[in-house]
Structure formats: structure tokens, C-alpha cells
Design a protein around this ligand. Structure first.
Ligand code: ADP
Ligand code: ADP
Length: 228
């Protein structure tokens, strides 16, 4: 089953009458359960692509279909609703809220969704269990290491049971030990059925994915597959 389909996607930024072609003619299909990585040098369009996939930005041309539904034509609140239900984000800088506890951080998107207290509690504890952070639920982010903070961010992303996890350089702010631990966690989530699309410029991490899309200058220049 196809979760995401991009057809002839282009993104042009215009600043002071100068056009930047951030993405040109991108075709991409992501199947349920796939683990995809998007690789390429700085400025090649990785973040732009992830922003479009996550409904944070809109393409200039082309068609985006998410779970069989065209994304074009959705209004802002419909986009926010789909983002909240279908997409789990993991950022390079964790993006936890500093004055909320671990528990409250993971709970917040579920509050936005209007889930009742009991359901929220079950999901938060399940998600924290899944990332091995349930013993830290009352801590503040500042009391955790970077690797632990990223595991909490992963719990926040999976707590909403999204169709797809979008991870933007999830290991970018971590040393290699913590980076490896977060990669192992993503691989475990994938093994249990999660669909993941991860941006990384680190070849060492890209090779953990089933398939790597190599971007250069806004175009797909190569597609490589994991050795079985
Ligand atoms: P990457 O994530 O691979 O480093 P980006 O997607 O951030 O690349 O950027 C792709 C290209 O689009 C770059 O040339 C960048 O300068 C340009 N770009 C990205 N965002 C904007 C923006 N908001 N306005 C103008 N140009 C942008
Ligand atoms: P709006 O632009 O309508 O005010 P927001 O910017 O508050 O909406 O939220 C946009 C989307 O991001 C929504 O789906 C919301 O649930 C989600 N969101 C906002 N803040 C957070 C957060 N701290 N953690 C997780 N999800 C969030």
C-alpha cells in the first residue's frame, strides 16, 4: 500500500526576483512499512522535500498524494489536522518544550487532538516504554542527555500513531554513541512496522534504510537499495 506519492514535484523559491529551484521534477513513492533515507550535500533540497512531505510547505508544481488523497486544495486547518494525525516529526534539535516534563511533552500532541485523559495516559506510557524512557517521565528535558532527549522526541512522534515518521537529521546533534542508539531505535520501530523517511547527510546512517534517495541540486540523481 502506497502511503506517499509525489509526481513531478517542483519547488521554486523567489527572493528579490532571484529564483532558486530547490526541487525539480521529483517522483517518489513510499510504501507502507518502508524505511527511506534522503541523502545529499548541504543545499540539495533535503529539508525542502521533508517540509513538503510533512505538509509544512507546499510545492510550486506537481502532485502530492497522501494515503490516497490529494493534498492540493486542503485548507490550512485541514492540513494541520492531517499533519497532526498522519505525520510524526523528529527534528535534529529535538524541539522538546523546556518547561514541560517528559510526560507532558509526549502528551501534548495528543491534547491537541482532543484525546481523553485515559487514552492519552495509555499512549504516553506505551510510547515512553517503547523508547526506554518511562523511568524519566517526570524529568525536564534539561535533566536529560541529548540522546535521551531525542528518544523522548521519538516517543512524542510515535504516540500519535502516525502513518509516517519524518526525521530530519535525527542524529545530527548527537555524538556517535547516542547517534547509534537513536538509529537502533528507528530500526526497531521500522522492524515493528513503522514507515520512516529520514533525511541525513551521513552515509553511515543512510545505509540503514531499505532505500536511499540521493539528491543533488534538487534532483534525484541516484537511488540505492540496502544489501539484503
Ligand atoms: P538541504 O536541506 O539539502 O540543505 P534545503 O532544502 O534547505 O537543502 O535548500 C535547498 C535550496 O533551496 C537551497 O539552495 C536553499 O538556499 C534554498 N532555500 C531553502 N529554503 C528557502 C527559502 N525559504 N527561501 C529561499 N530559498 C530557500
Ligand atoms: P496553528 O498554525 O493553526 O496555530 P499550530 O502552529 O499550533 O497551529 O500547530 C500546527 C500543528 O503542529 C498542529 O497539528 C499541532 O497539533 C502541531 N503542534 C503544534 N505545537 C506542537 C508541539 N509542541 N508538539 C507537537 N505538535 C505540535
Amino acid at each position: 500500500r502506497s502511503i506517499i506519492q509525489l509526481d513531478a514535484i517542483r519547488k521554486v523559491f523567489t527572493t528579490d526576483e532571484v529564483e532558486t529551484h530547490a526541487l525539480s521534477d521529483i517522483h517518489l513513492e513510499i510504501q507502507e512499512g518502508e524505511f527511506i533515507s534522503i541523502a545529499g550535500p548541504s543545499g540539495c533540497g533535503k529539508s525542502t522535500l521533508l517540509s513538503i512531505l510533512g505538509l509544512l510547505d507546499t510545492p510550486t508544481h506537481g502532485r502530492y498524494t497522501l494515503n490516497g488523497k490529494p493534498v492540493a486544495g486542503l485548507n490550512l486547518s485541514e492540513r494541520a489536522r492531517i499533519r497532526n494525525h498522519e505525520i510524526g516529526f523528529i527534528f535534529q534539535s529535538f524541539n522538546l518544550i523546556g518547561d514541560l516534563t517528559v510526560y507532558e511533552n509526549v502528551e501534548l500532541p495528543l491534547v491537541y487532538r482532543g484525546l481523553p485523559l485515559g487514552e492519552r495516559r495509555t499512549r504516553v506510557m506505551e510510547a515512553l516504554e517503547e523508547v526506554g524512557m518511562s523511568h524519566r517521565s517526570k524529568h525536564l528535558p534539561s535533566q536529560l542527555s541529548g540522546g535521551q532527549q531525542q528518544r523522548v522526541a521519538v516517543a512524542r512522534a510515535v504516540g500519535g500513531r502516525p502513518s509516517i515518521l519524518l526525521a530530519d537529521e535525527p542524529t545530527g546533534n548527537l555524538d556517535s554513541t547516542n547517534g547509534d542508539a537513536v538509529m537502533d531505535l528507528l530500526k526497531e520501530l521500522h522492524r515493528r512496522g513503522s514507515t520512516i523517511c529520514m533525511v541525513t547527510h551521513d552515509q553511515r546512517f543512510a545505509q540503514h534504510a531499505d532505500r536511499t534517495i540521493h539528491l543533488f541540486d534538487g534532483r534525484v540523481v541516484e537511488e540505492s537499495f540496502a544489501k539484503a
